[in-house]
Design a binder for this molecule. Structure first.
Ligand SMILES: Cc1ncc(COP(=O)(O)O)c(C=O)c1O
Length: 405
């Protein structure tokens, strides 16, 4: 028994079994490479599901976290802390919003966004506005509010009743219009559906949602938990459509691996959640804020957002070539910046492909029901992207292994 296999059997005995975890234990990372306890190396092109913006063990992030831990970690939100104020300033500069609220995860950022929208109307004595319009195939998180907004049965089943949200087909502005009524507080949308399979909003759709929300006096909320922090080649993916939502939910890449989420809005919403109406013990603590501040500093200083555009175009070309090479196994590839999906043919077993990728030393994740997701760190190199696509090609060559019998 190796140390890894001993720990694996203990993991299976003691961890709550709500995840389907791979049979190895990761213990060390560097950039886009990661090693398990047996010393096997993997090329990490999932980056903790679009989280490790600077890759693993980035020296700036490591030293900032260590320094901050030795200085001040947590004081509660009864008090200001220095990194948190600086982070709010930085986030507002980068996004163009004027207010930032901090929490600990994507689901909490969505939850806060929904509460802010409802509370905006009740504070205007318009308590009839509570309903949210959201989209089929969306993912917004797993707390009961965020789950109610999530438009996929596989996440919702068994947790009902989940109330207050109307789901309409993604991309169908007419369906949104016909579901608008005086009780709608907000439209909630992902500019690119991430968990749903890296499905981009059709051309003009986000602009149309902005118009519909304005015409009906409702708010527009963008869930940029997966797409934000430069991943798609702009700080916010809504920027590709020149749309400014009223509220933006962020998390994942913000802390580069340190848990932190944020909600951005402007002055018009800043009085709607007064002291006592919403909060969280850990949100925006000094350590998490210092980590996020460092991620944003490096993002700017190393021009990583522009780099995500360039590397993303290269990755897109590599995946298009892969598609040509494997027309039977791959239906299409799609994406923007460093968020891409390879849609596999229904005859291909996605779980098996992912398993063979892991055996070959490549970490990817699934998005949607039948796609492989590439969401590497923004510091990934061109040669690492090439190596990843080459490893996937080798796995697909062994097609017989992956076809559903
Ligand atoms: C668009 C979107 N919203 C919300 C969430 C939930 O974030 P978290 O898992 O940090 O709670 C996710 C997570 O995948 C997401 O992709």
């Amino acid at each position: 028994m190796t140390e890894q296999s001993t720990l694996l059997s203990l993991a299976q005995r003691h961890l709550y079994p709500n995840y389907q975890q791979s049979p190895f234990i990761l213990c060390r990372g560097q950039g886009s490479q990661i090693w398990d306890m047996d010393g096997k190396r993997y090329l990490d092109l999932c980056a903790g599901i679009a989280v490790n913006t600077l890759g693993h063990a980035h020296p700036r992030l490591v030293s900032a976290i260590c320094e901050q831990a030795g200085q001040l970690m947590h004081v509660s939100n009864y008090f200001y802390n220095e990194p948190n104020v600086k982070l709010a300033i930085r986030l507002c500069e980068l996004s163009g919003y004027s207010r930032a609220f901090f929490c600990n995860s994507g689901t909490e950022a969505v939850e806060m966004s929904l509460k802010l929208a409802r509370r905006h109307f009740t504070s205007k004595k318009d308590s009839a506005r509570f309903r949210i319009i959201a989209f089929e195939n969306s993912f917004h998180g797993r707390t009961l509010g965020a789950l109610a907004a999530t438009g996929q049965a596989k996440y919702r089943d068994g947790f009902g009743p989940l109330l207050g949200v109307t789901h309409v087909p993604y991309g169908d502005a007419q369906a949104v219009r016909s579901n608008m009524a005086p009780d709608v507080a907000a439209i909630l949308v992902e500019p690119i559906q991430g968990e749903g399979g890296i499905i981009a909003a059709p051309e003009g759709f986000l602009q149309e949602l902005r118009r519909i929300a304005d015409e009906h006096g409702a708010l527009l909320i963008a869930d940029e938990v997966q797409t934000g922090i430069g991943r798609t080649g702009l700080f916010l993916a809504c920027g590709h459509s020149n749309v400014e939502p009223d509220i933006v939910a962020l998390a994942k890449g913000l802390g580069g691996g340190f848990p932190i989420g944020a909600v951005l809005c402007n002055e018009s919403l800043s009085a709607d959640l007064p002291p006592g109406s919403h909060g969280t013990t850990f949100g925006g603590n000094a350590l998490a804020s210092r980590a996020a501040l460092t991620v944003l500093d490096v993002l700017v200083e190393d021009d990583l957002i522009a780099a995500a555009r360039v590397k993303g175009e290269r990755l897109g070309r590599l995946l298009a070539e892969l598609n040509l090479k494997f027309p039977k196994q791959i239906v299409a590839s799609r994406g923007r910046g460093l968020l891409w999906a390879v849609e596999l043919d229904p005859s291909v077993d996605v779980s098996k492909v992912l398993e063979h990728c892991k055996n070959a030393g490549l970490l990817l994740t699934r998005a949607g029901s039948h796609a492989l997701r590439f969401s590497p760190s923004l510091t990934v190199s061109q040669s690492e992207l090439e190596e990843g696509v080459q490893l996937l090609a080798e796995v697909l060559k062994a097609e017989a292994l992956c076809v559903i019998c």
